[in-house]
Unconditional design. Structure first.
Ligand code: NAG
Ligand code: NAG
Ligand code: NAG
Ligand code: NAG
Length: 289
């Protein structure tokens, strides 16, 4: 009985939220497994210590703490952040070299509780993120950028990449898009950057049982809609999600290791904002919209 009352309340709540134009935020309707939504009362220095939201130690240049990488951008929060949470924006500059990867400029947020084999590495789960470009800290779209991905536990591959810019080996005609790539870096789906809608919102269902990917998309505060999939993809190998920028070099030839070679311009300051980061259980087909 209680169950049905709860369902009814949920149904009424989501019905009233769905009514435009008052739907300024969206409710998470599935169980959250990993939560990267940043409470409004967080300070930037909180990211430098164990904080329960993101890993304080990885992935960044060892001598550049998160409080020097991240900032809280101005403007409205994304639909899954309103009203309690707020977005974070990370900047890459000439110092953004992780370990000895001089070919890359990067930082990557990891959920604090994301383990190599946790509840988000089996069953059916959905990763949510919203993203916004920063016109004052533009990307250089002649480069390939990873923006969101899941790296296998043995670091041998990423099960998927969410990219922008010019993918190495392509002519870059689609560089002004967000691009979903499969485990073999094949382009599955893309959508143009939209600088006028505020946030672009994405959700990616990883079905570890059927080995598929399904992408959902919306602009601004609109409900997410299925955009493409399910695509066959080898999702196995466990590992961790990463949300951040990994800017690859240009001009790498032959079989040279791209993490250590190629061209990176100096004097850069490039950033995008992320909001509404979380992973939910999609058992029974549940996806927050
Ligand atoms: C933020 O507020 C919550 C709830 O009031 C509280 O539990 C938490 O300690 C606060 N965090 C910080 C970093 O102030
Ligand atoms: C990961 O966890 C799942 C669920 O507990 C389990 O079935 C699987 O064997 C584990 N995989 C590895 C590589 O440990
Ligand atoms: C770029 O590549 C795409 C896809 O391979 C192709 O359709 C297009 O004609 C190419 N454009 C140019 C300018 O070479
Ligand atoms: C999927 O990748 C794993 C490595 O994580 C490999 O052992 C397995 O053979 C692959 N499966 C398929 C169907 O390619």
């Amino acid at each position: 009985m209680l169950f049905f009352v709860v369902l009814l309340v949920l149904a009424l709540t989501s019905a009233s939220l769905a009514a435009p134009p008052s739907n300024r935020f969206a409710r998470v309707t599935c169980p959250i497994l990993l939560d990267g939504r940043v409470p409004k009362n967080f300070s930037l220095e909180a990211f430098d210590r164990p904080n329960g939201i993101f890993n304080p130690d990885f992935v960044r240049a060892e001598d550049v703490p998160w409080s020097q990488i991240l900032e809280f951008p101005d403007g409205p929060a994304s639909k899954f952040d309103v009203p309690l949470y707020r977005p974070v924006e990370g900047t890459i500059d000439d110092r953004s070299i992780f370990q000895n990867q001089v070919g890359f400029r990067r930082y990557g947020l990891q959920f604090a509780n994301d383990k190599a084999n946790d509840t988000t590495d089996s069953g059916v789960v959905t990763l949510h993120w919203s993203i916004k470009l920063d016109e004052e800290k533009k990307l250089d779209l002649s480069h390939e950028y990873l923006m969101v991905w899941h790296e296998a536990a043995d670091f041998s591959t990423n099960q998927f990449n969410f990219n922008t810019g010019t993918r190495i080996g392509t002519n870059g005609t689609d560089r002004r898009t967000w691009q979903l790539l499969d485990r073999n870096s094949k382009l599955l789906w893309s959508v143009p950057h939209d600088k006028n809608c505020g946030w672009q919102n994405f959700a990616l269902t990883l079905d570890y049982v059927r080995n598929t990917l399904t992408i959902y998309y919306s602009k601004g505060t609109s409900p997410l809609k299925k955009a493409a999939g399910p695509f066959s993809n080898n999702n196995s190998g466990g590992g961790q999600f990463q949300m951040g920028m990994l800017k690859k070099p240009t001009g790498v030839t032959g079989s040279a290791d791209i993490s250590k070679n190629g061209f990176q311009p100096t004097g850069i300051k490039e950033a995008v904002a992320y909001g509404g980061l979380f992973v939910e259980s999609s058992a029974g087909g549940c996806v927050s919209k």
